[in-house]
Design a protein around this ligand. Structure first.
Ligand code: ZN
Length: 172
């Protein structure tokens, strides 16, 4: 299995969509028109020189944070480490947005959710959801490789809903 498991997920992860933020000049400073709930990779060398990996806009308070390579890491599946904790406050109340996060299209490919079931010792099945970047379902299956599991559903994460056979929504 090439794919990673994310057993530490407590709540539903949040999926930041990739977006192109409009570049602006404000008083000679570079600024971007952030889109809440999305991430953006700036191309300006002056910004990249500060160690910024990407800019991310909080879906709750719209505050923009920089992901710094000294602190943050994004794995090849787009998973952000550590989890996203919004540093902003609204009217002196701390924004409470704190979630495990994935950055869609981090390696240019869309993020897929895969609902899998693994056999248990008692003869039942244990459900687990995995995530990976791939161009299509065939590539998802290639990443999964051989293993003792069965695939319940595969679908792109952002902008789509994946439902299992019981009609349960697996992704947002
Ligand atoms: Zn926030």
């Amino acid at each position: 299995m090439v794919i990673e498991t994310h057993s530490s997920i407590i709540a539903e992860p949040f999926f930041f969509e990739a977006a192109v933020w409009e570049r602006k000049h404000l008083d000679g400073q570079i600024a971007y028109g952030a889109i809440p709930g999305t991430w953006f990779r700036p191309q300006d060398t002056v910004i990249l020189a500060t160690g910024i990996l990407a800019l991310i806009s909080c879906p709750n308070c719209k505050g923009v944070s920089g992901l710094n390579r000294k602190i943050h890491k994004v794995d090849r599946f787009g998973k952000l480490e550590p989890n996203f904790i919004c540093p902003f406050s609204i009217n002196k109340i701390r924004c409470s947005f704190n979630r495990n996060a994935f950055l869609d299209r981090w390696n240019k490919k869309p993020l897929y959710a895969i609902a899998l079931e693994y056999p248990t010792l008692s003869g039942g099945w244990r459900a687990q959801i995995e995530y990976c970047h791939a161009v299509n379902e065939a590539e998802v299956k290639k990443h999964l490789g051989p293993g003792s599991y069965r695939i319940v559903a595969i679908g792109p994460v952002v902008g789509y809903h994946v439902e299992d056979k019981e009609g349960k929504v697996l992704s947002v």
